[in-house]
Design a protein around this ligand. Structure first.
Ligand code: ADP
Length: 472
């Protein structure tokens, strides 16, 4: 644009340079000779009527005016009466009055933009206004360039829109497909909670793959819970059936004739009370088991000093079972050892294991409880010298309601829930429980817990404190 403006101004100034030498109002007779020496020659030799024609053909062959032969340029010189005294083309641009000496305007016409430059011509000797120059620059190169640019922009924009649409479609399809798959699976599982259907591997290593795998494991877990729930209900009803049947049997007996026999009455009441007590015990244990499954929610930050609990529980157990020797060995246990567990749960755990040791002891009435720390791990061992457990049974004793010898265990008041509760508690606190036993010689139950560093313990205690204040 500035190039075009320069061209226009150059033409104007070339014309102006020539015309300022004229002192009177511009006329054909004085303009043509000043613009071209050759024209002057023509004027001198020829008749006046041919001036315009000749000016078109020869004036612009002059070297000085070569620049105005540019086909884009239309130059016109007006006199003070608005009459054309010189024009280089068939079209004659109109004169527009301007306030200053020179003005260039960008206008638009049917062929595109053009530049119109208007200049007042003044005589160089007396400064009087002698006429006007009007130069129109059609700017065909500029207009062509702009048209081409516009065409290219349209083509590129259309191409960009097409490419964008295709790419967006592909990207959206890539995202929507797995989401459809996930919702399809969700729908199926919703319709049939036992359905085995799962999301196939998406092979994409991104958030959607992660979502799919979390979704699958959530379904697995949910179905496992449902299954466990069902098993639990069936186990519980099975376990409750025996005591209820026993109580019912005794009541029937009493109803029919037993109530008249004081001995039978006494025996039946005693047996029924025993069964009721067993049921109470069973219900308590089932409640414990259910609670042990929700530890993370209830006591996430509890910290317990192990020495105190070990000393208290072994003492209490020795008091209750005076015929037993309950020995505590904590030589390898640093006094300040702390682990992440709710104190009541560590006590419950120890009671279950010591109680089992006592229940399943034979001749040697001794229980050894030892504890020590190695490599940031606390190990507690509860050892008895009783009947022991076969290898086959060792794998099953942590299952709910599993008893090695059903009849005998029942005599001793066992429901087969103690070790399941113990295992749930230990694993909830990120620990491990295992058994080492030889049939006829005795058993060792081993529990391992990660030991808390002083900083970790303090942090958990602070969080616990905060939670308590928050709840209060
Ligand atoms: P229970 O209340 O019947 O003792 P547990 O879950 O504590 O239930 O134990 C499951 C079974 O494992 C018991 O019935 C018993 O047969 C066996 N068992 C547990 N502890 C010992 C032990 N110290 N010695 C021998 N057998 C044991």
């Amino acid at each position: 644009m500035s190039q075009q403006r320069e061209t226009s101004e150059k033409v104007v100034s070339t014309l102006d340079d020539r015309l300022t030498s004229i002192n009177q109002e511009l006329q054909i007779s004085n303009v043509i000779p000043s613009l071209s020496p050759s024209t002057k020659r023509i004027l001198m030799n020829g008749s006046g009527s041919s001036i315009i024609k000749r000016q078109n053909s020869s004036a612009f062959n002059d070297d000085l005016l070569a620049s105005v032969t540019n086909p884009d340029i239309e130059a016109v010189v007006y006199n003070l009466h608005n009459e054309v005294v010189f024009s280089n083309g068939p079209r004659t641009p109109k004169l527009v009055k301007i306030s200053g000496e020179e003005k260039t305007k960008k206008l638009s016409g049917p062929d595109g933009a053009f530049l119109a430059t208007y200049k007042k011509v003044r005589s160089s000797s007396n400064g009087k206004l002698t006429g006007y120059i009007v130069v129109i620059n059609r700017m065909s190169y500029y207009n062509r360039l702009m048209r081409n640019l516009l065409n290219w922009m349209i083509v590129i924009s259309i191409a960009a829109i097409i490419i964008f649409t295709v790419v967006s479609f592909l990207v959206v399809k890539d995202v929507v497909n797995p989401i459809n798959q996930i919702s399809e699976v969700a729908r199926e599982v919703n319709a049939d909670p036992n359905s085995e259907v799962r999301i196939q591997s998406l092979n994409r290593h991104d958030e959607l793959e992660e979502l799919a795998s979390s979704f699958n494991s959530m379904l697995d877990r949910m179905q496992r819970y449902i299954e466990q729930q069902k098993e639990f209900v069936s186990d519980v009803s099975h376990e409750l059936r025996t005591p209820v049947a026993v109580i019912e049997g005794h009541l029937n007996l009493l109803e029919r004739w037993g109530k008249d026999d004081p001995e039978i009455l006494d025996e039946s009441i005693h047996a029924s009370l025993q069964e009721a007590d067993r049921m109470k015990h069973l219900i308590q244990e089932m409640l414990d088991l259910t609670r042990a499954e929700q530890i993370n929610v209830q006591y996430p930050n509890a910290v317990t000093k192990v020495v105190d609990v070990l000393a208290r529980v072994t003492n209490d157990m020795a008091l209750v079972h005076q015929d037993f020797k309950v020995q505590l060995d904590i030589d390898d246990l640093p006094e300040d050892t702390e682990i992440q567990i709710y104190q009541g749960h560590l006590e419950q755990l120890l009671v279950i294991l010591i109680d089992n040791g006592i229940k399943y002891s034979t001749d040697i009435k001794q229980i050894n409880v030892s504890a020590g720390v190695t490599k940031n791990s606390l190990r507690i061992i509860v050892q008895d010298f009783g009947e022991g457990i076969s290898e086959e049974d060792q794998a099953k004793i942590f299952n709910r309601f599993y008893r090695v010898d059903k009849a005998r265990t029942r005599e001793r008041g066992g429901n087969g829930l103690g070790l399941s509760i113990a295992q749930k508690l230990v694993t909830s606190y990120h620990g491990k429980i295992s058994v080492d036993s030889v049939l006829g010689q005795g058993s060792q139950f081993i529990i391992d817990f990660p030991v808390l560093s002083h900083e970790e313990a303090e942090k958990l205690k602070a969080q616990d404190e905060k939670k308590k204040i928050h709840q209060a």
